[in-house]
Design a protein around this ligand. Structure first.
Ligand code: AKG
Length: 298
């Protein structure tokens, strides 16, 4: 976990940045971590990879990194409470914040894996809420060459649009879901230097290309929501309070893990997976596995 002193603790957006986020549905290039902290975090992640190369309880470490790692890996849970990230997200969502998911998006050098055009909240069972934001932090150089995200400015102003399930092997999304008919000339790249972050709205159209660089492309994606998101929704879903209060109590509030892959955290992990997978699979023509290798829960 990075030391407090290494963090920018006043990461609130300026009025101009907030206007830009509201107009475009995303904002890129916000400073979060200095280079020493990025290097320490990368080292911590790569140490976990080396120490758990055989996987944990029958699943690869990559799968825990991609799906709800904050439930069983203390480092990921702690990162969701990084003050500089929370300050920026608070500027957008207000004082009461919960982390719904923490994921690592790693594309190996030369990987042809891509992410098709999509809106995040399409299959998350949160309706069309405005109260979900992803903070995506670069833990390596996330250049255009390395397959940074592309965004369609202003696309968050539409509702949730139709997505076609492709279940494509090269697609990092769970259903290979894709918005058809995007005009690529409308897209803007969001390259990030190590330690920089972008924020994107849950309905902003975004995608990313292959990693043609010589280094790993490592992104930390944290999905933040407010207590209000669960108002009037059925089913069960889980989130971790990271700032303020949850005065609605619609989320099942979870604490961070008690240690690395402890038995009680692993049991909770399975329960969350079961409940979220049921929501994610709705309307799909084949089973959607949150844990399929190479896929994420977006
Ligand atoms: O890491 C990527 O390339 C895509 C990430 C993404 O789609 C997301 O964080 O919502």
């Amino acid at each position: 976990m990075p030391k407090d002193s290494a963090m920018n603790t006043s990461g609130s957006l300026t009025a101009a940045q907030l206007n830009q986020y509201n107009a475009d549905g995303y904002i890129s290039g916000l400073d979060v971590f200095d280079s020493q902290t990025v290097s320490d975090l990368r080292q911590a992640i790569e140490t976990l990879e080396a120490e758990h190369s055989e996987g944990v309880a029958g699943s690869s470490l990559a799968q825990y990194f991609r799906v709800n790692g904050h439930v069983v890996i203390p480092l990921l849970s702690q990162l969701a409470s990084t003050p500089a990230i929370l300050d920026a997200v608070q500027s957008v969502l207000g004082d009461n914040l919960l982390a719904w998911a923490v994921e690592l998006f790693i594309k190996e050098p030369g990987s042809e894996k891509t992410v098709s055009w999509h809106q995040d909240i399409t299959y998350w069972g949160m309706g069309e809420t405005n109260d979900e934001v992803t903070a995506w932090v670069a833990l390596s150089d996330v250049s255009v060459e390395a397959g940074c995200m592309r965004f369609i400015p202003g696309s968050h102003n539409s509702g949730i649009v139709d997505h076609t399930d492709t279940f494509s092997e090269s697609n990092l999304l769970s259903r290979g879901q894709e918005i058809q008919g995007i005009n690529e000339s409308d897209a803007r790249h969001g390259p990030l230097r190590p330690g920089e972050m972008s924020l994107h709205h849950g309905r902003c159209f975004h995608a990313s290309g292959p990693n043609r660089s010589a280094d790993r492309r490592i992104g930390l994606a944290i999905r933040y929501v407010t207590p209000e998101v669960r108002k009037g929704l059925s089913g069960r879903d889980y989130a971790m309070l990271v700032r303020g209060i949850d005065d609605v109590q619609g989320w099942i509030n979870i604490a961070g893990p008690q240690g690395l892959f402890t038995p009680s955290d692993m049991a909770l992990y399975k329960t969350i997976l079961r409940d979220q997978q049921a929501v994610l699979s709705e309307g799909a023509e084949q089973t959607v596995a949150l844990y399929d290798s190479g896929n994420t829960n977006t």
